[in-house]
Design a protein around this ligand. Structure first.
Ligand code: NAD
Ligand code: TYD
Length: 342
């Protein structure tokens, strides 16, 4: 199978590429990634020499780049490319609208024209909005996005849906809960807590810290995506989650305990505007229809993740300083001109 993975240099995309390489050693993978601040080729280190792997630096909003890649033959597109941080979308949503909405539409248009056989849109539970103290999101829960990020992802989901309804285009959507694991950019809660605690710097907790998220290890998410890609039914939505709800305060305390640091590092700061109180996913459809189950208990996954960040201080330093652009130049200089030779 020839896969186009967009946003494959980001956190989940790079974990997915590695999972595919080990699960399907005969697959050909082309990663298209703009390498924004969140895209990092160090996440894909080691793959650059594989004849089955290509990296193209480019924008999913650019019809020419997308068309050129698809023209060379792609069986399936997996779209991870997105602006993904709620706080940034509150400061300025324009890139979120551009990449998440226009970019997805551009990929759909190009993929349909090229006769791509499967299009997997990676979405989020945030499109459902916020929950009260009980219950969980099912695939039938109405969309009620509250942040500009969530609104842009919901808009993309609706475009994907319309492509199935209007053209019978074989696309499907997965909506996952909060991921954690290796290679996550340290602006998101867990890597921020881990790197701050390691450095002995205050852990900023928004509001009262009792906001709840439903955590899943990125490896479990990627295993679910592999099932959805191969076995999911076009036109369907699949919720992915591991039934592991935690408050942000619980998470901060756990991280501090694992690192042997003092709870005094927890610092309550001003709340995020429009902050969703609670997310929880009901993954029953994934479990029953696609025979998938999460494997990694939260505490085990969290310990492994903390260890990964402790073992990789240079990665943290590089992504924070933007030094991975140098890595890109070093490892991919000759390959950045390869669009024509795909
Ligand atoms: P990320 O921010 O780590 O990675 C996004 C990647 O997309 C980066 O490599 C970036 O360079 C690339 N990109 C951004 N704009 C682009 C453009 N215009 N053209 C090409 N590439 C572009 O994000 P992530 O956490 O890995 O999330 C990946 C996807 O999964 C997103 O669509 C997100 O909405 C979704 N998701 C994330 C989570 C989570 O907890 N992180 C949960 C559910 C769903
Ligand atoms: P985040 O990792 O930004 O993911 P999302 O908002 O997409 O769920 O945030 C997870 C939770 O952690 C959310 O309730 C906001 C909270 N949070 C903090 O309390 N402090 C922080 O510094 C950050 C980044 C998030």
């Amino acid at each position: 199978m020839r896969l186009l993975v967009t946003g494959g240099a980001g956190f989940i995309g790079s974990n997915f590429v590695r999972a595919v390489v080990s699960l399907h050693p005969d697959y050909h993978i082309c990663v298209l990634d703009k390498l924004t601040y969140a895209g990092n080729l160090e996440n894909l280190a080691g793959l650059e020499t594989s004849p089955r792997f290509r990296f193209i630096q480019g924008d999913i909003c650019d019809p020419e780049t997308v068309g050129e890649i698809l023209k060379r033959g792609v069986d399936a597109v997996v779209n991870f490319a997105a602006e993904s941080h709620v706080d940034r979308s509150i400061l300025d949503a324009s890139e979120f609208a551009r990449t998440n909405i226009t970019g997805t539409l551009n990929l759909l248009q190009g993929s349909r024209r090229a006769g791509v056989g499967r299009f997997l849109q990676i979405s989020t539970d945030e499109v459902y909005g916020s929950l009260g103290p009980t219950g969980a999101f099912t695939e039938a829960t109405p969309l009620a996005p509250n942040s500009p990020y969530a609104a842009s992802k919901a808009a993309a989901d609706l475009l994907v849906r319309s492509y199935h309804q209007t053209y019978g285009f074989p696309c499907l959507i997965t909506r996952c809960s909060n991921n954690y694991g290796p290679y996550q950019f340290p602006e998101k809660l867990l890597p921020l807590l881990i790197t701050n605690a390691t450095a002995g710097v205050a852990l900023p907790i928004y509001g009262d810290g009792l906001y709840t998220r439903d955590w899943i290890h990125v490896a479990d998410h990627c295993a679910a995506l592999d099932r959805a890609l191969h076995l999911g039914r076009p036109g369907e939505i699949y919720n992915i989650g591991a039934r592991q709800e935690k408050t942000n305060l619980e998470i901060a305390r756990l991280v501090l305990r694992i690192l042997g640091k003092d709870e005094n590092l927890i610092t309550f700061v001003a709340d995020r505007p429009g902050h969703d109180r609670r997310y929880a996913i009901d993954p029953a459809k994934m479990e029953t229809k696609l025979d998938w189950k999460p494997q990694i208990p939260f505490e085990t996954g969290l310990r492994g993740t903390v260890e990964w960040y402790l073992r990789n201080p240079a990665w943290v330093e590089n992504v924070r300083s933007g030094a991975y652009q140098t890595y890109y130049e070093r490892m991919y200089q000759n390959r950045s001109r390869t669009l024509a030779e795909l």
